[in-house]
Ligand binder design. Structure first.
Ligand code: NAP
Length: 325
């Protein structure tokens, strides 16, 4: 019988999809949430993913405190560390994000090592890979965001610092616990949680036309279900230990205008409000992000970005998260 698997950030957009996928694979899952007050919300989200939540146990633990982590790790060999603070607006004091992200990651890794866990798969981000300028914007897992890059916002800074701290800890004090990191680009796709979290806020604002202008940025998109799948494959693939994996859909990277046009075409008359004005400025320079390592080594097959984008809109509508006109 396989041991329990731990998912941190069990209440989130990705966390709930990962829990549902693990339960669907027949695993016993323990998940951490900041407060057990929201237990029924998490269970309802997981059931919305089409699985029975009987084999799910929820425990309370916060990234900012040692309380609860020892108990969370008891009897666990596999840890998916997904939790990280994601602000709806960037804080004035970057430490509000950086400290829980970095210290929380090390706290989870320490607890995993002390419990003798076999492997931790950490959700980092493309923000830890490709947010420092390069003459040609072509990124692989060999690239790192320098946290001291001028103008770097607190959230990408927190992800770069937390991932670096994770590798440093595993190299110096990890003992037999292995680390694998996944670095998703912008996550889209259906939500199991019936509230506006994470990437869903941006989608709602574009669909309802409340975003005054689209930023001139180019970025990669990956489906939330494919990130969950990559987490599971990263845990199961022996040779993945010690590696990071960039996650994005096949095909070219996209601009906000490109994303808005996909939404407008898909929504038909309901897409009349979609924001299509762009902020002033220059066309973003070409951006290439390579996903071939994940495809080859994890045998990972991402959905097309268009599928994820249109299914995000459908999911927001089905969950009643879009304002009626
Ligand atoms: P989300 O829905 O906001 O999930 C974040 C999770 O982290 C939530 O469960 C949240 O709990 C938890 N969390 C935040 N601060 C915490 C703290 N101090 N202690 C314990 N738990 C805490 O966002 P998401 O998109 O699913 O993000 C999941 C992971 O993917 C994060 O590591 C994020 O950085 C990474 N990622 C996201 C994207 C994207 O485009 N969305 C792209 C690349 C990487 P509460 O419910 O209590 O807030």
């Amino acid at each position: 019988m396989s041991s329990k698997v731990l998912v941190t950030g069990g209440s989130g957009y990705l966390g709930t999809q990962l829990i549902a996928a693990l339960l669907g694979d027949g695993r016993d899952v323990r998940a951490t949430v900041r407060s057990l007050d929201g237990e029924e919300v998490v269970r309802a989200a997981v059931r919305r993913g089409g699985v029975d939540d009987t084999a799910l146990e929820l425990v309370a633990a916060d990234l900012s405190s040692d309380d609860g982590w020892l108990a969370a790790l008891e009897g666990v060999e596999e840890v998916h560390h997904v939790a990280s603070p994601i602000p709806s607006a960037q804080p004035k004091d970057p430490d509000e994000l950086i400290i829980p992200a970095r210290e929380g990651t090390v706290r989870v890794l320490k607890a995993a090592r002390d419990a003798g866990a076999r492997r931790v798969v950490l959700t980092s981000s493309f923000a830890a890979v490709g947010y420092s300028p390069k003459p040609v914007r072509d990124y692989t897992e060999a690239d790192w965001t320098d946290p001291d890059t001028p103008g770097l916002l607190p959230y990408p800074r927190s992800k770069a610092i937390a991932e670096r701290a994770a590798w440093d800890f595993i190299e110096s004090e990890g003992h037999d616990t292995e680390l694998v990191v996944v670095n998703p680009t912008f996550i889209a796709g259906p939500s199991l949680v019936a509230s506006l979290r994470s990437s869903l806020n941006g989608f709602k604002a574009i669909i309802e036309g409340t975003m005054p202008a689209l930023p001139r940025q180019r970025f990669g998109v990956v489906d939330v279900r494919d990130v969950a799948d990559a987490h599971i494959r990263a845990m199961a693939t022996a040779d993945a230990a010690g590696k990071r994996y960039l996650l994005l859909a096949d095909g070219p990277t996209i601009t906000w205008l490109g994303l808005a046009q996909i939404l407008r075409d898909h929504l038909g008359p309901a897409g009349e409000r979609v924001t299509t004005d762009e902020a002033p400025g220059e066309e973003p320079s070409p951006l290439t992000i390579h996903n071939d390592r994940a495809k080859r080594e994890l045998v990972w097959q991402p959905r097309p970005a268009t599928t994820s984008i249109v299914e995000t809109a459908d999911s927001l509508r089905d969950l009643g998260l879009l304002d009626a006109r």
